[in-house]
Ligand binder design. Structure first.
Ligand SMILES: [Zn+2]
Length: 181
């Protein structure tokens, strides 16, 4: 990683972003969101590296950062006023449909939570990482952090989630890694 006039530059086969981490104002996330996502991100890094593919965990840094990668996954967890709202969802740009499909399939295999749908609308374009990441990218809302049963399910299945998602990330990342050599 180097820092020039345009800020951070990172090139890595797999990049897992911990949503909101490092932000002190504005969108700092739902209470408990960063901790849950960080727990999974660290497990994913370990899993992907064990498969021989380099994986970086990054924070939600400033707008100047730029990333080139073979697989970018931004981890989040939703919040709702009602603790009964449950499920996971995905966000991805239209050109990343194949990659997001692999992520969705892997996550579905790992957890017993309702799928709330995918967001490919232009609203996500305001999410700065969309413009700052070159490569397959996807945002995953793991569950509702405001629902104790949802969080319990994610923590209970952490090993499965890590294995399933780690496999997809390593697969996409290894193609990128091969091109670098
Ligand atoms: Zn979030």
């Amino acid at each position: 990683m180097s820092q020039g006039n345009e800020g951070y530059r990172l090139e890595a086969p797999v990049v897992v972003q911990v949503g909101h981490r490092g932000r002190v104002r504005g969108r700092t996330g739902a209470p408990g969101e960063v901790e849950l996502c960080l727990t999974l991100a660290r497990r994913l890094r370990e899993n992907v590296c064990k498969r021989g593919v380099d994986c970086r965990v990054v924070d939600a840094w400033d707008r100047r950062g730029r990333i080139r990668t073979g697989a970018f996954l931004s981890l989040h967890a939703d919040g709702a006023r009602s603790s009964s709202v449950s499920g996971y969802s995905l966000g991805f740009p239209p050109e990343c449909r194949d990659y997001a499909g692999d992520i969705a399939h892997a996550y579905k295999e790992a957890v017993d939570l309702p799928f709330r749908g995918a967001n490919t609308t232009s609203a996500l374009r305001e999410y700065y990482m969309w413009r700052r990441v070159d490569g397959p990218k996807c945002l995953l809302e793991l569950c509702f952090v405001t629902n104790p049963d949802d969080v319990g399910e994610v923590l209970f299945r952490l090993g499965n989630i890590t294995d399933e998602l780690g496999g997809v990330l390593a697969d996409w990342g290894s193609r990128f890694q091969a091109r670098l050599k």
